[in-house]
Write a protein that binds this ligand. Structure first.
Ligand SMILES: *Cc1c(COP(=O)(O)O)cnc(C)c1O
Length: 375
């Protein structure tokens, strides 16, 4: 099976982890500090704060932003559930904003959703394709809102030469195994704001500060959201290879773009001229005549060794969200869910793999175009 995304671990990565495992110190220390420094430099921000997942990083970012009971965030339904779950965890309500045809939040619809309770706009750089951050920031500034970017897919992506993560008030990255780089499990918040950085560090480590000798104080509620030293060493080693990962994923994506250009049964997503994508995902968007046989297409592709996946079921459709916030429907999100299919695109693929994926996709789509629904 060629997975839609997977990690790439080198001997140098392994040597780094082993080096730290042989050292005297396994919990957050110098290695985490070095990883954070490298990450902040790479993105072009003042602070990077490492976490043991993007989920804990999101939780801490919402807390650092002061989000709580009765507050609202405006966010996209087309994301992994964690983006919203952590807002709900702090007592805030996710207000969904429909998306554009490329899977990113439709910034032209945001302003109409702002209420006196709105505290933050939370976009997601879907598939590693940057959102229109300039427009989103302009709206946020007009209404005195924060922008917290869930950039879990988009480490290394750029717009006008600026890295994703360098423009929002806080941005979150994931280092889950299949994300642009991995620490096994892990995440980070990046920010230019000193006050957020301090709050994030406190929340990450029990809310406890050292005073003198054995005396500590806990001025705020905190958690244990720390990354291990060996995970951080892996992260730093991976970060040094990130640009080669992205370059390879872009080669494969460019090959697919050429093979699939002008196809009648499905579309691909075009990256704006001024931006680059980390290509975390390569989504196909099936035309309506293929929506009905999508389950069969999915099964046929899996059967032929393509580890395809659908990103994502709109968050508001999950039963927890239906129970808590009622039935909701957003047209473009609904269509996107019906049409989206992510095909394999990762740095571990050979040219032959990419050719096999493209050939197989083209064959299977043709085979199913007249089939209609199996139900
Ligand atoms: C993967 C992902 C997360 C969660 O990341 P973890 O590191 O697994 O906690 C959050 N948001 C988005 C958009 C993701 O893709």
């Amino acid at each position: 099976m060629i997975p839609y995304s997977t990690q790439s671990i080198s001997e140098a990565d392994i040597a780094e982890v082993v080096r730290v495992l042989r050292s005297s110190h396994l919990t957050q220390g110098q290695e985490v500090a070095l990883f954070e420094q490298s990450l902040a430099e790479y993105v072009g921000v003042k602070h990077a704060i490492a976490f043991n997942s993007a989920t804990s990083a999101l939780h801490a970012a919402y807390l650092a932003a002061g989000l709580g009971e009765g507050d609202e965030i405006i966010t996209t339904p087309i994301s992994f559930v964690a983006t919203c779950n952590m807002a709900v965890a702090v007592g805030a309500k996710p207000v969904f904003c429909d998306i554009r045809l490329d899977g990113n939040i439709d910034e032209t619809l945001i302003e109409a959703l702002i209420t006196p309770k709105t505290k933050a706009i939370v976009p997601v750089d879907f598939a590693g394709n940057p959102v229109n951050m300039e427009a989103i920031k302009a709206i946020a500034q007009r209404h005195h809102l924060l922008v917290i970017d869930d950039a879990s897919h988009a480490l290394g992506a750029t717009c006008k030469g600026v890295k994703v993560g360098a423009s929002a008030d806080m941005s979150i990255f994931s280092f889950h195994a299949i994300k642009p780089i991995t620490t096994g499990e892990g995440g980070a918040v990046v920010t230019d704001r000193d006050d957020y950085a301090a709050a994030l560090r406190l929340i990450r480590s029990h809310g406890v500060v050292k005073k003198q000798f054995w005396n500590t104080d806990m001025p705020t509620l905190g958690y244990n959201y720390r990354l291990t030293e060996f995970a951080a060493a892996l992260g730093r080693s991976q970060l040094a290879r990130l640009d080669t990962f992205i370059a390879r994923r872009n080669e494969i994506a460019a090959y697919y773009d050429a093979r699939f250009s002008g196809h009648k049964l499905f579309d691909t997503i075009k990256i704006p001229e001024s931006c680059t994508s980390s290509r975390h995902l390569y989504p196909l968007l099936l035309r309506p005549e293929l929506h009905c046989p999508k389950e069969d297409i999915f099964a046929a592709l899996q059967e032929r060794g393509l580890g395809v996946q659908v990103h994502y079921k709109p968050i508001y459709k999950h039963s927890f969200y239906v129970k808590k916030f009622g039935e909701q429907r957003y047209h473009v999100s609904e269509d996107f869910y019906k049409s989206e299919l992510s095909i394999p695109c990762h740095q571990g693929m050979s040219d032959e793999d990419a050719a096999y994926v493209a050939d197989t996709v083209l064959e299977v789509m043709e085979a199913y175009k007249m089939r209609g629904c199996s139900l």
